[in-house]
Design a protein around this ligand. Structure first.
Ligand code: ADP
Ligand code: MG
Length: 200
C-alpha cells in the first residue's frame, strides 16, 4: 500500500515552498530570478485544492495537479512540470509498482523532450528526470540510490553549458551554476522518497 496522497501533496508543497529562495537564487545566476516564486505559486495553488485532490484516485489527482501547475507556475517550467504530472497521471495505475513508475517516467521523458524541444545534456530539469527514468527502468533502484542519483544529476548540471531555456542566452557564462529546474526536480524526488520511506 502506498502512503496516503495527502502526505505526498503536503510534503511536495512544503519542500518547494521552503526552497523558494534557493531556487530563485539559482535562477538569478543564470535566468530571471523567478523559478522559486513560480514553483511556490504553483504548489500553493495545489495546497488550496488539497481537499478535492486527496479525494481523487492517484491518476486523477496527478492530472489535476498538472493542470494547476500549467495554469499557475508560468514561465518555461510550468508547462513542463504540468506535462510531467499529467503524463504520470495518464500512465500510472492507482497503486503503482516500481515497474509502473519506470514506464510512466519513460513516457514523461518522451513528452517533456517533445514539449521543450530539449534533450539530455542541455542543462535543464531533464538532466535529473531522465537519469531517474533510466534508473527506475534498470530494476535495481532503491530509495537511497534514487536520492543519490538525483543529487548527483543536479550537481552534474553545474559544469554544463545551457542549450535550452533562458540560461542558454548566457552561453558559456551559464557554466558553473546549477540549473534551477534540475534542483527543483531533485527536491521533488527527495520529497517523494521521504514519504515512501515514512520520513515525511
Ligand atoms: P523561465 O525560464 O521561463 O523563467 P523558470 O525560471 O520557472 O521559467 O524555469 C526555468 C527552468 O525550466 C530551467 O532551470 C530548466 O530546468 C527548465 N527549462 C527551461 N526550458 C526548458 C526546456 N526547453 N526543456 C526542459 N526544461 C527547460
Ligand atoms: Mg526563470
Amino acid at each position: 500500500m502506498a502512503p496516503p496522497l495527502d502526505r505526498f501533496i503536503d510534503t511536495l508543497a512544503q519542500r518547494i515552498v521552503a526552497a523558494s529562495e534557493e531556487l530563485t537564487a539559482l535562477d538569478s545566476a543564470i535566468g530571471d530570478a523567478d523559478h522559486g516564486l513560480n514553483m511556490k505559486r504553483g504548489f500553493e495553488a495545489i495546497l488550496a485544492e488539497r481537499a478535492s485532490l486527496v479525494a481523487k484516485p492517484l491518476p486523477d489527482a496527478l492530472k489535476a495537479m498538472g493542470t494547476i501547475l500549467v495554469m499557475k507556475v508560468g514561465g518555461a517550467s510550468g508547462p513542463l512540470y504540468g506535462t510531467l504530472f499529467m503524463t504520470l497521471g495518464k500512465e500510472l495505475p492507482a497503486d503503482p509498482s516500481v515497474a509502473d513508475a519506470a514506464r510512466a517516467m519513460a513516457a514523461a521523458m518522451t513528452a517533456l523532450k517533445a514539449r521543450g524541444k530539449a534533450d539530455l545534456g542541455n542543462k535543464t530539469m531533464l538532466d535529473v528526470l531522465g537519469p531517474l527514468a533510466d534508473h527506475l527502468g534498470s530494476g535495481g533502484a532503491s530509495l537511497a540510490s534514487i536520492r543519490k542519483l538525483a543529487a548527483e544529476s543536479a550537481a552534474a548540471t553545474v559544469p554544463m553549458k545551457a542549450i535550452r531555456g533562458r540560461a542558454s542566452f548566457l552561453g558559456e557564462r551559464s557554466i558553473g551554476h546549477m540549473d534551477p529546474g534540475a534542483r527543483s526536480s531533485q527536491i521533488m524526488i527527495d520529497a517523494v522518497c521521504d514519504v515512501l520511506e515514512g520520513k515525511a
